[in-house]
Write a protein that binds this ligand. Structure first.
Ligand SMILES: Cc1cc2nc3c(=O)[nH]c(=O)nc-3n(C[C@H](O)[C@H](O)[C@H](O)COP(=O)(O)O)c2cc1C
Length: 391
Protein backbone atom coordinates (compact mmCIF):
# COMPACT_ATOMS: atom_id res chain seq x y z
CA UNK A 1 0.00 0.00 0.00
CA UNK A 2 2.61 2.53 -1.02
CA UNK A 3 1.74 6.16 -1.75
CA UNK A 4 2.83 7.21 -5.24
CA UNK A 5 4.66 10.56 -5.57
CA UNK A 6 3.40 13.03 -8.17
CA UNK A 7 5.94 15.70 -7.25
CA UNK A 8 7.98 16.36 -4.13
CA UNK A 9 5.63 16.30 -1.14
CA UNK A 10 2.58 15.45 -3.26
CA UNK A 11 1.29 11.88 -3.30
CA UNK A 12 -1.48 9.74 -4.73
CA UNK A 13 -3.02 8.00 -1.71
CA UNK A 14 -6.18 6.62 -3.33
CA UNK A 15 -7.15 3.04 -3.97
CA UNK A 16 -7.60 0.74 -6.96
CA UNK A 17 -10.97 -1.01 -7.30
CA UNK A 18 -9.95 -4.02 -9.37
CA UNK A 19 -13.33 -5.76 -9.17
CA UNK A 20 -15.64 -2.89 -10.10
CA UNK A 21 -17.66 -3.85 -13.17
CA UNK A 22 -20.78 -1.75 -12.72
CA UNK A 23 -20.73 1.86 -11.60
CA UNK A 24 -24.34 2.98 -11.16
CA UNK A 25 -25.22 1.13 -14.34
CA UNK A 26 -22.11 2.16 -16.32
CA UNK A 27 -20.09 -0.93 -17.27
CA UNK A 28 -16.56 -0.54 -15.95
CA UNK A 29 -14.85 -3.41 -17.72
CA UNK A 30 -11.41 -2.23 -16.70
CA UNK A 31 -12.32 -1.53 -13.05
CA UNK A 32 -11.53 1.88 -11.60
CA UNK A 33 -9.64 3.87 -9.00
CA UNK A 34 -10.74 6.47 -6.49
CA UNK A 35 -7.99 9.04 -6.48
CA UNK A 36 -7.16 10.81 -3.29
CA UNK A 37 -4.10 13.05 -3.09
CA UNK A 38 -2.03 14.24 -0.14
CA UNK A 39 -0.01 17.46 -0.09
CA UNK A 40 2.52 17.66 2.72
CA UNK A 41 3.15 21.29 3.61
CA UNK A 42 2.80 23.41 6.75
CA UNK A 43 -0.90 22.63 6.61
CA UNK A 44 -1.26 19.03 5.49
CA UNK A 45 -3.99 18.81 2.89
CA UNK A 46 -5.96 15.84 1.61
CA UNK A 47 -7.82 16.11 -1.68
CA UNK A 48 -10.93 13.93 -2.05
CA UNK A 49 -11.34 10.40 -0.73
CA UNK A 50 -12.29 6.85 -1.60
CA UNK A 51 -15.36 4.66 -1.19
CA UNK A 52 -15.81 3.68 2.46
CA UNK A 53 -14.96 -0.01 1.89
CA UNK A 54 -11.51 1.04 0.71
CA UNK A 55 -10.88 3.51 3.52
CA UNK A 56 -8.57 1.21 5.53
CA UNK A 57 -6.25 0.76 2.56
CA UNK A 58 -6.19 4.50 1.96
CA UNK A 59 -5.34 5.01 5.63
CA UNK A 60 -2.42 2.60 5.35
CA UNK A 61 -0.98 4.72 2.55
CA UNK A 62 -1.61 7.95 4.46
CA UNK A 63 -0.18 6.62 7.71
CA UNK A 64 3.08 5.66 5.99
CA UNK A 65 3.60 9.38 5.27
CA UNK A 66 1.95 11.35 8.08
CA UNK A 67 -0.12 11.04 11.22
CA UNK A 68 -3.64 11.25 9.70
CA UNK A 69 -4.81 13.19 12.77
CA UNK A 70 -2.54 16.03 11.62
CA UNK A 71 -4.47 16.68 8.39
CA UNK A 72 -5.60 20.31 8.46
CA UNK A 73 -7.51 20.68 5.21
CA UNK A 74 -9.69 18.18 3.39
CA UNK A 75 -10.63 19.49 -0.03
CA UNK A 76 -13.96 18.07 -1.22
CA UNK A 77 -14.10 18.75 -4.95
CA UNK A 78 -17.29 16.75 -5.39
CA UNK A 79 -20.07 15.44 -3.14
CA UNK A 80 -20.77 12.15 -4.93
CA UNK A 81 -20.09 9.24 -2.60
CA UNK A 82 -17.27 7.66 -4.60
CA UNK A 83 -15.20 10.70 -3.56
CA UNK A 84 -16.88 11.81 -0.33
CA UNK A 85 -18.04 8.46 1.10
CA UNK A 86 -15.06 8.19 3.42
CA UNK A 87 -15.18 11.85 4.50
CA UNK A 88 -17.00 11.15 7.80
CA UNK A 89 -14.35 8.52 8.62
CA UNK A 90 -11.53 10.94 7.80
CA UNK A 91 -13.11 13.73 9.85
CA UNK A 92 -13.44 11.36 12.82
CA UNK A 93 -9.66 10.96 12.75
CA UNK A 94 -8.58 14.45 11.65
CA UNK A 95 -10.73 16.20 14.23
CA UNK A 96 -9.24 19.65 13.69
CA UNK A 97 -9.43 19.57 9.92
CA UNK A 98 -11.43 22.04 7.86
CA UNK A 99 -13.34 20.87 4.80
CA UNK A 100 -12.73 23.16 1.83
CA UNK A 101 -15.55 23.03 -0.70
CA UNK A 102 -17.94 25.08 -2.86
CA UNK A 103 -21.18 26.46 -1.46
CA UNK A 104 -23.11 23.69 -3.22
CA UNK A 105 -20.50 21.28 -1.90
CA UNK A 106 -21.22 22.40 1.63
CA UNK A 107 -24.97 22.01 1.11
CA UNK A 108 -24.56 18.63 -0.56
CA UNK A 109 -22.17 17.23 2.05
CA UNK A 110 -24.42 18.28 4.92
CA UNK A 111 -27.43 16.76 3.12
CA UNK A 112 -25.55 13.49 2.59
CA UNK A 113 -23.93 13.18 5.99
CA UNK A 114 -26.57 14.66 8.23
CA UNK A 115 -25.97 15.75 11.80
CA UNK A 116 -22.28 16.63 11.42
CA UNK A 117 -20.78 19.78 12.84
CA UNK A 118 -17.64 19.98 10.71
CA UNK A 119 -15.44 23.03 10.24
CA UNK A 120 -16.08 24.07 6.65
CA UNK A 121 -14.57 26.73 4.44
CA UNK A 122 -16.61 27.69 1.38
CA UNK A 123 -14.55 28.85 -1.60
CA UNK A 124 -15.41 30.71 -4.79
CA UNK A 125 -13.78 30.64 -8.21
CA UNK A 126 -10.28 32.16 -8.14
CA UNK A 127 -10.22 32.17 -4.34
CA UNK A 128 -6.91 30.99 -2.93
CA UNK A 129 -5.98 29.11 0.23
CA UNK A 130 -2.37 29.11 1.35
CA UNK A 131 -1.06 25.94 2.98
CA UNK A 132 2.54 27.03 3.64
CA UNK A 133 4.92 27.05 0.69
CA UNK A 134 2.03 26.28 -1.59
CA UNK A 135 -1.25 27.84 -2.60
CA UNK A 136 -4.46 26.24 -3.80
CA UNK A 137 -6.64 28.16 -6.24
CA UNK A 138 -10.18 26.94 -6.82
CA UNK A 139 -12.31 26.82 -9.94
CA UNK A 140 -15.99 26.09 -9.50
CA UNK A 141 -17.25 23.85 -12.29
CA UNK A 142 -20.97 23.60 -11.45
CA UNK A 143 -22.86 20.89 -13.35
CA UNK A 144 -19.71 19.22 -14.63
CA UNK A 145 -21.39 17.02 -13.54
CA UNK A 146 -23.12 17.89 -10.20
CA UNK A 147 -23.94 21.38 -8.88
CA UNK A 148 -21.11 21.12 -6.34
CA UNK A 149 -18.20 20.22 -8.63
CA UNK A 150 -15.01 22.21 -8.44
CA UNK A 151 -11.38 21.77 -9.44
CA UNK A 152 -8.42 22.64 -7.21
CA UNK A 153 -5.22 23.99 -8.71
CA UNK A 154 -1.92 23.85 -6.89
CA UNK A 155 -0.32 27.05 -8.15
CA UNK A 156 3.40 26.46 -7.48
CA UNK A 157 3.37 22.85 -8.72
CA UNK A 158 0.97 23.53 -11.62
CA UNK A 159 -1.19 20.52 -10.81
CA UNK A 160 -4.91 20.60 -11.53
CA UNK A 161 -6.93 18.27 -9.32
CA UNK A 162 -9.87 18.06 -11.69
CA UNK A 163 -12.02 15.45 -9.94
CA UNK A 164 -14.44 13.87 -12.47
CA UNK A 165 -13.31 15.95 -15.46
CA UNK A 166 -10.61 14.16 -17.51
CA UNK A 167 -11.18 10.96 -15.50
CA UNK A 168 -11.40 7.39 -16.77
CA UNK A 169 -12.48 4.13 -15.17
CA UNK A 170 -9.27 2.10 -15.31
CA UNK A 171 -7.84 -0.08 -12.56
CA UNK A 172 -4.08 -0.29 -12.95
CA UNK A 173 -0.85 -0.52 -11.05
CA UNK A 174 0.40 2.32 -13.28
CA UNK A 175 -0.59 5.84 -12.26
CA UNK A 176 0.49 7.98 -15.22
CA UNK A 177 -0.70 8.39 -18.81
CA UNK A 178 2.73 7.54 -20.27
CA UNK A 179 2.80 4.17 -18.51
CA UNK A 180 -0.23 2.70 -20.28
CA UNK A 181 -1.32 2.34 -23.91
CA UNK A 182 -2.63 5.83 -24.70
CA UNK A 183 -5.38 4.64 -27.08
CA UNK A 184 -6.98 2.61 -24.30
CA UNK A 185 -6.82 5.52 -21.85
CA UNK A 186 -8.39 7.92 -24.37
CA UNK A 187 -11.09 5.33 -25.13
CA UNK A 188 -11.95 5.10 -21.42
CA UNK A 189 -11.90 8.90 -21.13
CA UNK A 190 -14.29 9.02 -24.09
CA UNK A 191 -16.60 6.51 -22.43
CA UNK A 192 -16.47 8.57 -19.24
CA UNK A 193 -17.30 11.75 -21.14
CA UNK A 194 -20.19 10.13 -23.03
CA UNK A 195 -21.77 8.62 -19.94
CA UNK A 196 -21.11 11.28 -17.31
CA UNK A 197 -20.17 14.61 -18.83
CA UNK A 198 -22.03 14.79 -22.18
CA UNK A 199 -25.18 16.63 -21.01
CA UNK A 200 -23.00 19.46 -19.72
CA UNK A 201 -20.87 20.07 -22.83
CA UNK A 202 -21.60 23.81 -22.92
CA UNK A 203 -20.22 24.15 -19.40
CA UNK A 204 -17.22 21.98 -20.26
CA UNK A 205 -16.34 24.41 -23.05
CA UNK A 206 -16.37 27.31 -20.60
CA UNK A 207 -14.28 25.38 -18.08
CA UNK A 208 -11.64 24.49 -20.69
CA UNK A 209 -11.54 28.11 -21.81
CA UNK A 210 -10.95 29.21 -18.22
CA UNK A 211 -8.26 26.58 -17.67
CA UNK A 212 -6.47 27.50 -20.89
CA UNK A 213 -5.09 30.57 -19.08
CA UNK A 214 -3.20 28.62 -16.42
CA UNK A 215 0.00 26.59 -16.88
CA UNK A 216 -0.63 22.89 -16.21
CA UNK A 217 2.09 20.29 -15.60
CA UNK A 218 -0.32 17.58 -14.48
CA UNK A 219 -4.03 16.90 -14.45
CA UNK A 220 -4.84 14.64 -11.52
CA UNK A 221 -8.45 13.46 -11.89
CA UNK A 222 -10.69 11.64 -9.43
CA UNK A 223 -10.59 8.36 -11.37
CA UNK A 224 -7.96 6.56 -13.41
CA UNK A 225 -4.53 7.71 -14.45
CA UNK A 226 -2.88 11.10 -13.99
CA UNK A 227 -2.15 13.10 -17.14
CA UNK A 228 1.42 14.40 -17.32
CA UNK A 229 2.77 13.57 -20.80
CA UNK A 230 -0.40 13.75 -22.90
CA UNK A 231 -2.20 16.76 -21.44
CA UNK A 232 -2.63 18.33 -24.88
CA UNK A 233 -4.14 15.08 -26.23
CA UNK A 234 -6.84 14.87 -23.57
CA UNK A 235 -7.65 18.59 -23.74
CA UNK A 236 -7.91 18.34 -27.55
CA UNK A 237 -10.27 15.38 -27.18
CA UNK A 238 -12.36 17.24 -24.60
CA UNK A 239 -12.55 20.23 -26.93
CA UNK A 240 -13.82 17.99 -29.75
CA UNK A 241 -16.38 16.24 -27.54
CA UNK A 242 -17.59 19.48 -25.98
CA UNK A 243 -17.88 21.06 -29.45
CA UNK A 244 -20.05 18.09 -30.51
CA UNK A 245 -17.78 17.20 -33.44
CA UNK A 246 -19.21 14.13 -35.13
CA UNK A 247 -17.79 11.80 -37.78
CA UNK A 248 -19.49 10.55 -40.92
CA UNK A 249 -20.47 7.47 -38.98
CA UNK A 250 -23.81 5.72 -38.61
CA UNK A 251 -24.93 3.59 -35.68
CA UNK A 252 -27.65 1.06 -36.41
CA UNK A 253 -28.96 0.28 -32.96
CA UNK A 254 -31.73 -2.29 -32.59
CA UNK A 255 -33.10 -5.41 -30.98
CA UNK A 256 -35.15 -8.11 -32.63
CA UNK A 257 -37.22 -11.15 -31.62
CA UNK A 258 -37.40 -13.04 -34.94
CA UNK A 259 -34.80 -11.11 -36.97
CA UNK A 260 -37.19 -9.14 -39.20
CA UNK A 261 -36.05 -5.84 -37.70
CA UNK A 262 -32.49 -7.11 -38.14
CA UNK A 263 -33.10 -7.62 -41.86
CA UNK A 264 -34.16 -3.97 -42.11
CA UNK A 265 -31.04 -3.03 -40.14
CA UNK A 266 -28.84 -4.75 -42.75
CA UNK A 267 -30.61 -3.03 -45.64
CA UNK A 268 -29.93 0.29 -43.89
CA UNK A 269 -26.31 -0.68 -43.37
CA UNK A 270 -25.90 -1.28 -47.13
CA UNK A 271 -27.50 2.08 -47.93
CA UNK A 272 -25.22 4.00 -45.55
CA UNK A 273 -22.16 2.13 -46.77
CA UNK A 274 -23.11 2.96 -50.34
CA UNK A 275 -23.11 6.63 -49.29
CA UNK A 276 -19.52 6.26 -48.01
CA UNK A 277 -20.63 6.36 -44.40
CA UNK A 278 -19.06 3.94 -41.95
CA UNK A 279 -21.62 1.87 -40.07
CA UNK A 280 -21.67 0.02 -36.81
CA UNK A 281 -24.30 -2.64 -36.11
CA UNK A 282 -25.34 -2.61 -32.45
CA UNK A 283 -27.75 -5.27 -31.27
CA UNK A 284 -28.87 -4.07 -27.84
CA UNK A 285 -29.17 -7.63 -26.63
CA UNK A 286 -25.39 -7.99 -26.76
CA UNK A 287 -24.12 -4.47 -26.13
CA UNK A 288 -24.07 -2.49 -22.92
CA UNK A 289 -25.83 0.88 -22.97
CA UNK A 290 -22.75 2.66 -21.67
CA UNK A 291 -20.72 1.32 -24.62
CA UNK A 292 -23.44 2.26 -27.09
CA UNK A 293 -23.52 5.89 -25.96
CA UNK A 294 -19.72 5.99 -26.20
CA UNK A 295 -20.22 5.41 -29.92
CA UNK A 296 -23.03 7.97 -30.01
CA UNK A 297 -20.55 10.64 -28.88
CA UNK A 298 -19.06 11.06 -32.36
CA UNK A 299 -21.68 9.52 -34.68
CA UNK A 300 -23.64 11.81 -37.03
CA UNK A 301 -26.38 9.28 -37.86
CA UNK A 302 -28.33 7.34 -35.21
CA UNK A 303 -30.79 4.72 -36.53
CA UNK A 304 -32.89 2.97 -33.88
CA UNK A 305 -35.05 -0.09 -34.55
CA UNK A 306 -37.51 -2.13 -32.55
CA UNK A 307 -40.22 -4.63 -33.39
CA UNK A 308 -43.59 -4.07 -31.73
CA UNK A 309 -44.06 -6.06 -28.55
CA UNK A 310 -47.37 -5.72 -26.72
CA UNK A 311 -48.12 -2.41 -28.47
CA UNK A 312 -44.77 -1.10 -27.36
CA UNK A 313 -41.00 -1.28 -27.77
CA UNK A 314 -38.69 -4.09 -26.79
CA UNK A 315 -37.50 -3.16 -23.27
CA UNK A 316 -33.84 -3.02 -24.37
CA UNK A 317 -34.69 -0.36 -26.96
CA UNK A 318 -36.87 1.49 -24.50
CA UNK A 319 -34.03 1.54 -21.96
CA UNK A 320 -31.59 2.78 -24.58
CA UNK A 321 -33.90 5.62 -25.64
CA UNK A 322 -34.46 6.67 -22.02
CA UNK A 323 -30.69 6.76 -21.46
CA UNK A 324 -30.11 8.61 -24.73
CA UNK A 325 -32.71 11.28 -23.93
CA UNK A 326 -31.05 11.93 -20.56
CA UNK A 327 -27.61 12.37 -22.11
CA UNK A 328 -29.13 14.58 -24.86
CA UNK A 329 -26.53 14.53 -27.63
CA UNK A 330 -27.24 17.38 -30.03
CA UNK A 331 -27.50 17.82 -33.82
CA UNK A 332 -27.77 14.21 -34.91
CA UNK A 333 -29.67 12.73 -37.84
CA UNK A 334 -32.02 9.97 -36.71
CA UNK A 335 -34.05 7.22 -38.30
CA UNK A 336 -36.68 4.98 -36.69
CA UNK A 337 -37.37 1.50 -38.04
CA UNK A 338 -38.92 -1.81 -37.12
CA UNK A 339 -41.08 -4.76 -37.98
CA UNK A 340 -44.56 -5.37 -36.57
CA UNK A 341 -47.51 -7.72 -36.78
CA UNK A 342 -50.75 -5.76 -36.49
CA UNK A 343 -50.70 -2.46 -34.50
CA UNK A 344 -47.07 -1.54 -35.22
CA UNK A 345 -46.68 1.11 -32.50
CA UNK A 346 -42.94 0.60 -31.93
CA UNK A 347 -41.72 2.75 -34.82
CA UNK A 348 -43.74 5.78 -33.77
CA UNK A 349 -42.46 5.36 -30.19
CA UNK A 350 -38.87 5.39 -31.48
CA UNK A 351 -39.67 8.34 -33.72
CA UNK A 352 -41.13 10.29 -30.78
CA UNK A 353 -38.07 9.62 -28.64
CA UNK A 354 -35.67 10.70 -31.39
CA UNK A 355 -37.75 13.86 -31.93
CA UNK A 356 -37.55 14.53 -28.19
CA UNK A 357 -33.77 14.36 -28.57
CA UNK A 358 -34.13 17.11 -31.17
CA UNK A 359 -32.74 14.95 -33.99
CA UNK A 360 -33.41 15.74 -37.62
CA UNK A 361 -35.27 12.60 -38.81
CA UNK A 362 -35.02 10.62 -42.04
CA UNK A 363 -38.26 8.96 -43.14
CA UNK A 364 -39.13 6.06 -40.83
CA UNK A 365 -39.28 2.46 -42.02
CA UNK A 366 -42.02 0.12 -40.88
CA UNK A 367 -42.55 -3.35 -42.34
CA UNK A 368 -45.25 -5.86 -41.46
CA UNK A 369 -43.75 -9.18 -40.38
CA UNK A 370 -40.83 -10.46 -42.49
CA UNK A 371 -39.48 -8.06 -45.14
CA UNK A 372 -39.02 -9.74 -48.53
CA UNK A 373 -36.26 -9.02 -51.06
CA UNK A 374 -38.35 -6.39 -52.87
CA UNK A 375 -39.07 -4.52 -49.65
CA UNK A 376 -35.42 -4.70 -48.58
CA UNK A 377 -34.37 -3.30 -51.97
CA UNK A 378 -36.93 -0.50 -51.56
CA UNK A 379 -35.55 0.33 -48.10
CA UNK A 380 -32.05 0.40 -49.55
CA UNK A 381 -33.01 2.70 -52.44
CA UNK A 382 -35.14 5.03 -50.33
CA UNK A 383 -32.51 5.38 -47.60
CA UNK A 384 -29.78 6.02 -50.19
CA UNK A 385 -31.84 8.93 -51.53
CA UNK A 386 -32.57 10.28 -48.03
CA UNK A 387 -28.85 10.21 -47.18
CA UNK A 388 -27.94 11.90 -50.45
CA UNK A 389 -30.36 14.75 -49.62
CA UNK A 390 -28.43 15.43 -46.40
CA UNK A 391 -25.15 15.71 -48.28
C1 LIG B 1 -44.85 -11.69 -27.61
C2 LIG B 1 -45.15 -10.92 -28.85
C3 LIG B 1 -45.99 -9.81 -28.78
C4 LIG B 1 -46.25 -9.06 -29.91
N1 LIG B 1 -47.03 -7.94 -29.79
C5 LIG B 1 -47.32 -7.24 -30.90
C6 LIG B 1 -48.15 -6.09 -30.81
O1 LIG B 1 -48.65 -5.74 -29.76
N2 LIG B 1 -48.38 -5.38 -31.94
C7 LIG B 1 -47.85 -5.74 -33.13
O2 LIG B 1 -48.00 -5.02 -34.10
N3 LIG B 1 -47.06 -6.84 -33.25
C8 LIG B 1 -46.79 -7.60 -32.17
N4 LIG B 1 -46.01 -8.71 -32.27
C9 LIG B 1 -45.56 -9.14 -33.59
C10 LIG B 1 -44.14 -8.73 -33.89
O3 LIG B 1 -43.98 -7.35 -33.84
C11 LIG B 1 -43.74 -9.27 -35.28
O4 LIG B 1 -43.67 -10.68 -35.18
C12 LIG B 1 -42.49 -8.70 -35.83
O5 LIG B 1 -42.31 -9.13 -37.15
C13 LIG B 1 -41.29 -9.15 -35.02
O6 LIG B 1 -40.15 -8.51 -35.50
P1 LIG B 1 -38.70 -9.09 -35.16
O7 LIG B 1 -38.50 -10.32 -35.98
O8 LIG B 1 -37.75 -8.01 -35.50
O9 LIG B 1 -38.71 -9.40 -33.71
C14 LIG B 1 -45.73 -9.46 -31.15
C15 LIG B 1 -44.89 -10.57 -31.21
C16 LIG B 1 -44.59 -11.28 -30.09
C17 LIG B 1 -43.68 -12.48 -30.19
Amino acid sequence: MKPIPLKEGIYWVGEVDWDLRNFHGYSTNRGSTYNSYLVIDEKITLIDGVRPYLFDKMMQRLSSLIDPASIQYVIANHVEMDHSGSLPLIMDIAKNATIVTSLNGQKGLLAHYKGNDWNMKVVQTDEEVNIGKRTFRFFLTPMVHWPDNMASYLVEDKILFSNDAFGQHIASHERFDDELYLGAVIEEAKKYYANIVLPYSMLVKKTIEKLSHIPIDMIAPGHGIVWRSHIKNIIDEYNKWAANQTKNKCLIIYDTMWKSTEKIAHALQNAFNHGGISTKMINLRYNHLSDVVTDVLDARFICVGSPTLNSNLLPTVSAFLTYLKGLSPKDRIGLAFGSYGWGGQSVSHVEDALKECGFDLLESIKIQYIPDETQLQEIYEKTKQEIAKRG
